[in-house]
Design a protein around this ligand. Structure first.
Ligand code: NDP
Length: 287
């Protein structure tokens, strides 16, 4: 159970994470390419390393929170990782995370990849709902789970190093769809007398009520029966899409955020699946 940690990268996220460890009494060595961003942390007890090489040498547990995978490669190019535990919480793709894991193993380090499900203000606040997906070395995770749980809760999602990034990106992708829907809805309401704040409350209530849709999809995928428990079938929904599109037209709002999903629903209907929900769209996406 180490109390010594090195943090590489003090952007908004790296700084929040470093602060959480400092206030929990961990002995921190930090390094940032732009040293002025590291300096404020010295008053909170952090030691600044002159180089990334020195920073890595200072602790057995090394945490990288950099911009992207390329910057991780650059920063650690000359570092001696032999015997180190490298935790990389830089956002990446599953493929790049897997490559980075092999690269780390080749240099004698145990490797854990992380995907942060939080924004910086949520870090260190254990009631915020913040957590980090981790995947990779189970031994590394077991050895440092207490330390890792200080900035945010932890969710270990398997030995495959790419798993954390895949979970992270899958959730962010779902969020992107939600952002698209919210954008379209506000566009429809623009120019009306409804205050955006008032409409936001309705949106939150509705989206929350609709969120269990994911359970229905899961049941379809698990049973292979895409009609199971369907109360709004595809035939009816494609019909309703027409109303959504005509309303967009009436309100002078482009349908471009809605159309791609609707097109897939229509294709699935045309394939003869009018009694299903929307789960069949997933099959159309796989290539
Ligand atoms: P910032 O843009 O605030 O910081 C980026 C960090 O990367 C800085 O420390 C920067 O150094 C460093 N950096 C960038 N390029 C290089 C390079 N070539 N060599 C050395 N250092 C480099 O980003 P965040 O701190 O917000 O994000 C860090 C990671 O956390 C990212 O992978 C991000 O996706 C992830 N994350 C962030 C969230 C957020 O809300 N902020 C949410 C979830 C994940 P310098 O100061 O010198 O520019």
């Amino acid at each position: 159970n180490t109390k010594k940690i090195t943090v590489l990268g003090l952007g908004a996220m790296g700084t929040a994470i470093a602060r959480a460890w400092l206030s929990a009494g961990y002995e921190l060595t930090v390094w940032n390419r732009t040293v002025s961003r590291a300096e404020p942390l010295t008053t909170e007890g952090a030691k600044i390393a002159a180089t990334a090489f020195d920073a890595v040498a200072a602790s057995d547990l090394v945490v990288a929170c950099l911009l992207d995978d390329a910057s991780v490669g650059e920063v650690l190019a000359d570092a001696d990782l032999m015997g180190k535990d490298l935790v990389n919480i830089t956002t990446s793709t599953p493929g790049k995370a897997g490559d980075r894991a092999e690269w780390a193993a080749g240099r004698g380090a145990r490797y854990l990849d992380g995907g942060i499900m939080a924004v910086p203000p949520m870090i260190g606040d254990l009631d915020s709902g913040a957590y980090v997906f981790y995947s990779g070395s189970p031994e590394l995770f077991a050895a440092h789970r207490d330390a890792l749980a200080v900035p945010a809760a932890t969710r270990y999602v398997g030995e495959d190093s790419g798993s954390a990034a895949l979970h992270d990106v899958a959730l962010l992708s779902a969020m992107t769809g939600m952002f698209a829907g919210v954008s379209h809805a506000f566009a429809l309401m623009r120019g009306t007398e409804v205050a955006p704040k008032e409409f936001a409350a309705l949106l939150i209530e509705w989206l929350t009520a609709m969120a269990p849709y994911a359970n229905g999809v899961a049941a379809h995928l698990e049973t292979g029966d895409y009609t199971l428990g369907v109360t709004s079938n595809l035939e009816m929904m494609v019909e309703a899409n027409g109303t959504l599109l005509r309303t967009a037209e009436e309100q002078g709002v482009s349908p471009e955020l809605l159309s791609p999903f609707m097109t897939l629903m229509e294709r699935r209907l045309a394939d003869g699946h009018g009694d299903e929900g929307t789960t069949g769209v997933i099959d159309l996406l796989l290539r």
